[in-house]
Design a binder for this molecule. Structure first.
Ligand code: SAM
Length: 364
């Protein structure tokens, strides 16, 4: 048996094994890794792909992350905040098409006006969908009270990327004063408020090593994470970090991101993994490729066209709505081409969440 096959057949992979898998460079070996991860996904989670309609409802952000196109100091961005009616219109579209769930994402704000407004939107979405639309929130670090308030108003999944678990690298890609621990503590608060907890990292950051990525995967297991949303780092010209990137190679970056998805699937097994927008920015077929190597969730962007161009986190971020609204068939055939079916009208919750909380539920 080859070294690759003997590692893939193990029940428990070591850090050394993870590094070996993430370092694969032979095309045939990589194909084998992806096939293994895809088969495991089908065995553990079935053949369905769950849709989350993504609404990027505001690009106003109080943070200044050095990699992000909507960082506070980027004066070239036209800041927007969607009207309530526009958000509800997008939510209705998502509901009527049978997506089952949506994601509300924005820059980070924690002022009380924002907190109450998000609360109101959550209740409205629950109201117009008879409680049927599942809601994932992704609006950054908040207090426990805020997380609880939003959970009580209808959000049941929360996505907060840790970005990297390497302390030194975290410091390098953020302004002074931003601490990895604060991010981890926020994840713990989210978990305490009974959300399904999502996190993830950027893959291929300048200065990031394969060992760092293996540590990221181990972190996600240790923290009992339910959902993973991670993707390739892509430079954005108006950010300080883009200057550190020499010879950006989209093909290599995509391959590393896909290997990361596959290895995460093999190590964590029963979590939901999203095939993220950034994969589609590197390759037209990027999202489909993600579904073929371990991902089981897709987040079509339904932010109205006029706002999408202002929510540019990185270069070449694809704009979807116009084509998606006109041609929902294209999305369906992409998913079909990956050999999967859409789980219409389902929340498609993470099986890991139910296992993690089973004990809690029995005790109550
Ligand atoms: N404010 C929320 C938060 O902090 O979680 C959500 C919005 S934030 C813009 C969403 C994610 O975009 C970040 O967690 C980061 O991983 C990703 N992102 C930002 N800039 C990126 C870049 N240049 N390349 C790839 N991903 C990027």
């Amino acid at each position: 048996m080859s070294r690759l096959n003997s590692i893939l057949s193990k029940d428990n992979l070591s850090k050394k094994d993870l590094i070996y898998l993430l370092s694969l460079s032979d095309e045939k070996d990589i194909e084998e890794l992806f096939k293994w991860a895809n088969d495991l996904t089908i065995r553990n989670l079935g053949n369905e792909v769950y849709l989350r309609g993504l609404i990027e409802f505001s690009n106003v952000c109080s943070r200044d992350c050095k990699y992000c196109g909507i960082r506070k100091s980027n004066g070239k961005v036209n800041r927007y905040t969607m009207e309530n009616s526009e958000i509800i219109k997008a939510a209705r579209w998502i509901y009527k098409r049978g997506f089952g769930s949506l994601v509300l994402q924005s820059g980070e704000r924690s002022d009380s006006r924002f907190i109450e407004w998000v609360d109101h939107i959550l209740k409205e979405i629950k109201n117009i969908s008879n409680g049927e639309l599942g809601i994932t929130l992704s609006v950054g670090e908040q207090t426990q009270e805020t997380y609880k308030q939003w959970f009580d108003s209808g959000a049941h999944r929360y996505l907060l990327r840790v970005e990297t678990t390497n302390q030194e690298l975290y410091q390098k890609i953020h302004p002074a004063g931003y601490q990895l621990n604060q991010r981890i503590e926020a994840l713990e608060r989210i978990q305490k408020c009974h959300y399904q907890v999502g996190t993830g990292v950027m893959i291929g950051l300048p200065g990031q090593t394969i060992e760092d990525l293996a540590d990221d995967i181990i972190f996600m297991k240790q923290k009992d994470i339910d959902m993973i949303g991670m993707g390739p780092y892509i430079p954005h010209d108006n950010t300080p970090m883009a200057k550190l990137v020499k010879n950006f190679n989209p093909e290599k970056q995509l391959q590393l991101a896909l290997k990361m998805i596959a290895v995460t699937r093999i190590y964590l097994k029963d979590v939901n993994i999203a095939s993220t927008t950034a994969l589609g920015a590197l390759d037209q077929k990027g999202k489909r490729k993600g579904l073929e190597c371990g991902a089981n969730v897709i987040m079509p962007n339904l932010t109205p066209d006029k706002y999408q161009k202002e929510y540019k986190l990185y270069a070449n971020k694809p704009e979807f709505l116009a084509s998606l609204r006109k041609d929902f068939k294209a999305l369906k055939s992409e998913i079909k081409a990956a050999g999967k079916n859409i789980g219409f009208n389902k929340w498609g919750d993470s099986p890991h969440y139910f296992k993690r909380t089973k004990k809690e539920r029995i005790e109550n």
